[in-house]
Design a protein around this ligand. Structure first.
Ligand SMILES: Nc1ncnc2c1ncn2[C@@H]1O[C@H](COP(=O)(O)OP(=O)(O)OP(=O)(O)O)[C@@H](O)[C@H]1O
Length: 260
């Protein structure tokens, strides 16, 4: 069970507010996407959940534990970053195995667990290769396998697809969604790409300048954007915004006329 509760968390550096009063419960096994433009506080929020950044205020709960004072390694979270973070001198097998060694998992179980994780991301044929001998997509799959090998209850993913080309991004996106479902983990996924957010998320959190603008399912957010910022950020092609007044429950905006 890994419900995540963010109770009014904030992050300040001096007088600068990176994340302001973020309050949300992420359900067990939910796929939650943090979406917003560069600098809006997505990564900082995720780093606070991971324990890589200390919250300036508020409480972070994972399952039934308040984790504010726990080290990242004690929070039962696995992270996947844009930069892969693989060890160049280790082959794929040893890269995937690394978290098991660090956490001193029973060595008798390593082989089976590494092979299973590699199989889930279709890397079985590449186990002997070093990261430099892999494509970007294969490297990202090693990073995914390394995250799943120790069966964490929470996945934290920070723009994991941004180094991949468009086609690979679509297939790896589907793979991430399947993995998260199959492994029954709670996933927090950061992106500035609204298509990625709308296709992956159970719920999306749209942020701007450290402040949550709206939380909802992709359909909620698309159909009922909370404000013009959300409306202008969502939709491809972008939504047209027109000024107008509501009179008697109807819009009185000047509508352009198109020939029938
Ligand atoms: N260590 C720090 N000291 C001061 N300000 C910081 C620090 N880390 C991040 N910030 C600021 O906090 C804000 C939020 O940063 P964050 O990395 O969370 O944004 P983001 O939404 O993930 O952006 P991007 O999509 O570009 O990664 C930014 O304005 C950033 O400059």
């Amino acid at each position: 069970m890994a419900e995540i509760q963010l109770k009014n968390i904030s992050k300040r550096w001096g007088s600068f507010v990176g994340v302001d009063d973020f309050d949300l419960t992420i359900a067990d096994q939910e796929f939650l996407v943090l979406l917003g433009p560069s600098g809006c506080g997505k990564t900082t929020t995720m780093r606070m959940i991971a324990g890589l950044e200390e919250a300036s205020g508020g409480e972070i709960w994972i399952g039934d534990r308040m984790v504010n004072d726990l080290d990242p390694k004690d929070r039962d979270v696995a992270m996947v970053f844009q930069s892969y973070g693989l060890y160049p001198h280790l082959n794929v097998y040893e890269n995937i195995r690394f978290p098991l060694r660090v956490r001193k998992a029973d060595p008798a179980t390593h082989d089976e667990r590494v092979l299973k994780a590699a199989e889930m991301v279709e890397l079985t044929d590449f186990l002997h290769r070093k990261p430099a001998e892999l494509s970007g997509g294969q490297r990202q799959r090693v990073a995914l396998a390394r995250a799943i090998v120790r069966k964490p209850s929470v996945f934290l993913m920070d723009e994991p697809l941004s180094n991949l080309d468009a086609k690979l991004r679509v297939s790896t996106r589907a793979q991430i969604k399947n993995l998260s479902h199959e492994l029954k983990v709670t996933t927090v996924y950061v992106t500035h790409d609204q298509i990625e957010a709308m296709t992956l998320a159970d719920r999306v959190v749209v942020m701007k300048a450290g402040v949550v603008q709206q939380v909802g399912t992709p359909t909620d957010i698309y159909d009922n954007p909370a404000n013009t910022f959300v409306a202008s950020f969502i939709g491809s092609p972008a939504m047209n915004l027109m000024e107008g007044d509501i009179k008697g429950g109807r819009s009185a905006a000047a509508m352009p006329l198109f020939p029938a």
